[in-house]
Ligand binder design. Sequence first.
Ligand code: ADP
Length: 482
Amino acid sequence: LCESLSGTGLWRQSAYIGGEWIDGDAQLDVDNPATGAIIGSVPHLGAAEAERAVRYAQSALDAWKGRTAKERGAILRRWAQLMHEHADALATIMTAEQGKPLAEATGEVAYAAAFLEWFAEEARRVMGEMITPHQPDRRLLVFRQAVGVVAAITPWNFPLAMITRKAGPALAAGCTFVVKPSELTPFSALALAALAEEAGVPPGVFNVVTGDAAAIGDVLTTSEMVNKFTFTGSTAVGKMLAAKCAGTVKRVSLELGGNAPFIVFADADLEEAVKGALASKFRNSGQTCVCANRFLVEGPMVEPFAAALGEAVAALNVGDGFADGTNQGPLINAAAAQRVHRHVAEAMNGGAVRHTGGTAHDAGERFYTPTVLSGVSPDALLWREETFGPLAAITRFSDEAEAIELANRSRAGLAAYVYTRDASRQWRMMEQLEYGMVGVNTGLISTEVAPFGGIKESGLGREGSHLGMDDYLNVKLGCLAV
Ligand code: ADP
């Protein structure tokens, strides 16, 4: 890997703090999920280095927010441009540490860069307001100003995009940024830092601290210098970190787990529904928070849908993400594959029928054979826990009211999908599903131009779109007596 990346300047095994590349006494090894081979290591840093990063971010703040929005936008655009120029190297690093097929990794590089581009454009569209006053001798002004130092903790499933969609709006708004990437995928974050440096992001404005999650997380959630905390990851960790932020009343954004229903009505276009199911469920081997987790299919459609999906899923190509033709890589670790199997076994004990898969895969302990089950009961374990793996589990429903009730039977509220040709029903479903995002006749809903985020226990705040800037801006009233 080092050899294939040499000369790109993107293979970094040091943390990036205050514009310096930092090594540590202890190291944290990172492996390739497809092979288990160690690909490199990063410094195992802790509270002291996290505090240093926050101090650097604090001292870089005034100069950064003092630049014009146009200048900040130009730097973000250059950063995005460099990501495009180095797309092959970034994708190689990502597949090596995360496992996703190279084509998907290349897709993520473009998706991640798109957030920098979008917010480079949005930087200049931050508008204040003047409100018609309540008294003739008053003037009411609304300012929208950068929240200050932003701290982020990000997951391994999208090692680049989950950082850029936070750093993009933060830097565009005039905030400075400290991120602790997942210990499983730090190299993508460090490559991004190398490109930030090259793009002219000033020292201290973008910092990457690798190492001890709990120790670094403590500083990022409790430091008085951090004004905002933004997290993408599991619901349990997100709740715990949000609670810590309460002590200093930080602004908090959370993108947590989903439990997406994928509803197929009998009037749906079967071929489109299967295509959407593959895209929604099996992208990143099922390891996205918007992945369909519960398939709800109307009675007469169950047999044809299960058969067609089973056939399509059986044809998926499981293997090393670097191998030609692979479209299902490994899961992130062996525990993830075991969880999928637990969900399969439990559902089958409850009477589910297997259409394809349902077994470990001979490629290794982190692989699982893509699986389709039908006849799954709403009492099944996978209805309560996100599977986060390649399992499509079909439950039957008999009418629209039941579909809505079953779909909303979850504390999660991130994404939902509906397939129906009935135009009135499309509207009713969009309005009644208790989710932050509803895909109608599509399994792909994520784009930098649209608001991404959940309701209920799936999160707070929105990322992407013109709304994504709000999370990084404070509203200030100026009340002027004239
Ligand atoms: P998942 O691994 O399922 O994506 P996690 O919530 O475990 O979800 O991980 C998301 C991010 O949260 C990672 O960067 C991880 O290091 C971090 N994290 C996990 N536990 C803690 C913790 N106790 N304190 C701070 N960060 C944590």
